[in-house]
Design a protein around this ligand. Structure first.
Ligand code: EPU
Length: 418
């Protein structure tokens, strides 16, 4: 298993570019199942979760051709409308094929995801949505099956709580359903908007993506399309926090600054010198003391849960007490134990983490527990005294493209060892 070895103490200086968004790439790849014609996708990040999704598409019957960051998918025929346990257990987003398969093939069988490092993460809302669209959903042997002989029919879906992939899954099912579908309390994440843009290019009729109410007029068939996905706001945010923590002069390019509003506000409140240079560029400059600022995770446009762990690493360097509240997932503080091993002063009380800074972090051997937790350990290691060894970095490889190369390029002393 690969590890990262990081020597702390160097500021991040220079320019670092953002890759395409993993969490956009996953649903748009699944959307390619909705048509027999080729779908050409640009800026697909070369990360492990994407390879997993591509493998799943091939199993289902797609022809997938990669050319750098461009991926072309052609699904002339659905051969096996199924997401097996082997893939779902490594990537929960596999459940994104439920909607497209039910819509295109009239049948979808997907392994039920088990618990994961950040919480229970059920898919009950996806299934309720499909039922509303006329599918019959049953469960056996650890799999759910949604069957819809003939076409799905439009319906009104009200999500009890906001779900990102649930919204995406139902949107993909609704575009081929007969009649109108209204999705209320829909997720407003930029990745939902990106998916809707691709679907519209494929011939879907969608209004309201990016708001809490999405209306879809179902069409009989979709066609091929070409689409470039948006920048990864979580990767960009991770770099911005890295610049702030290390006191560097770091310019993050090729991102969408507008998608990072909540983070930029918090950093400004914390006294970080952060500025939006233009729509796609954010710069952090060396500043003074980092102030403690409380933060609560929320759905978009609130502060992303996917940046909570990285923000926690930053707050270990703040001068005073801060409280971080995680409202999206019930168990997303695994990084706190590891940060503590590096010298951070963090107490967990239910969904709150109480930090007392500023901690003088020192390098240690730590274990990555999930994707964003790994990112927070990398950030902490960049300011820690001495050497940190991070084990199980396969978690970070799920979602950060060429992270060692990118961070080395701006002055970090980081290497990968087997
Ligand atoms: N939930 C349910 N039932 C459902 C669906 C969700 O109870 O049927 C609950 C979840 O357990 C959670 C909350 O609703 O407590 C929100 O979960 P959501 O469905 O929005 O999460 P997700 O769609 O599974 C996506 C991202 C996550 C990100 C969350 C929240 C993708 C592929 N994944 O997950 O990204 O944390 O939204 O923004 O888009 C990551 O990239 O590291 C990551 C975990």
């Amino acid at each position: 298993m690969d590890k990262f070895v990081i020597q702390g103490g160097n500021p991040l200086n220079g320019t670092i570019a953002t890759s395409g968004a993993k969490n956009s790439a996953l649903p748009v790849l699944a959307a390619a199942l909705l048509t027999a014609e080729p779908v050409i996708l640009h800026r697909i990040p070369r990360v492990r979760d994407i390879r997993t999704m591509e493998r799943l598409l091939v199993d289902i019957g797609s022809e997938v051709v990669e050319d750098g960051e461009t991926v072309t998918i052609r699904t002339s025929k659905i051969v096996s409308p199924e997401a097996p346990y082997e893939l779902v257990k490594t990537m929960r987003a596999s459940s994104l094929v439920l909607g497209p398969l039910a819509a295109r093939a009239g049948r979808a069988r997907v392994s039920i995801p088990g618990g994961c490092a950040i919480g229970a993460r059920p898919i009950d809302l996806h299934l309720q949505g499909l039922t509303k669209l006329g599918a019959t959903v049953s469960q056996e042997h650890g799999y759910v099956e949604a069957v819809a002989p003939g076409r799905l029919r439009g319906g009104h879906i009200f999500f009890d709580r906001i779900t990102v992939t649930g919204t995406e899954d139902i949107l993909m099912a609704a575009v081929l359903a007969e009649g109108e579908t209204v999705i209320s309390n829909a997720a407003r994440e930029p990745e939902v908007v990106d998916l809707a843009e691709l679907l519209v290019k494929m011939g879907a009729r969608i209004e309201g993506a990016g708001t809490s109410v999405i209306r879809v007029q179902g069409v009989e068939e979709l066609h091929g399309a070409e689409h470039q996905i948006i920048a990864d706001r979580i990767e960009a945010g991770t770099f911005v926090i890295g610049g702030a923590m290390t006191g560097g002069d770091l310019t993050v390019t090729e991102c969408v600054a507008e998608h990072l509003g909540a983070l930029i506000d918090k950093l400004s409140a914390a006294g970080v010198k952060v500025s939006v240079i233009d729509a796609t560029t954010i710069r952090v400059e060396p500043g003074g003391t980092i102030l403690p600022v409380d933060m609560t995770t929320e759905e978009y446009p609130g502060f992303a849960t996917d940046l909570q762990a990285q923000y926690m690493a930053l707050m270990t360097q703040a001068d005073g007490i801060s409280i971080i509240t995680e409202t999206i997932f019930e168990n997303r503080f695994m990084h706190a134990q590891e940060l503590r091993r590096m010298g951070a002063n963090i107490r967990i009380d239910g969904r709150k983490a109480i930090l007392a800074g500023r901690s003088n972090l020192t390098g240690a051997e730590v274990i990555a527990s999930d994707l964003r937790a790994s990112a927070s350990l990398v950030l902490a290691a960049l300011v820690a005294k001495g050497q940190t060894v991070i084990d199980r970095v396969y978690h970070i490889d799920r979602g950060y493209e060429r992270i060692v190369e990118k961070l080395s390029g701006v002055g970090a002393r980081i290497s990968r060892v087997e």
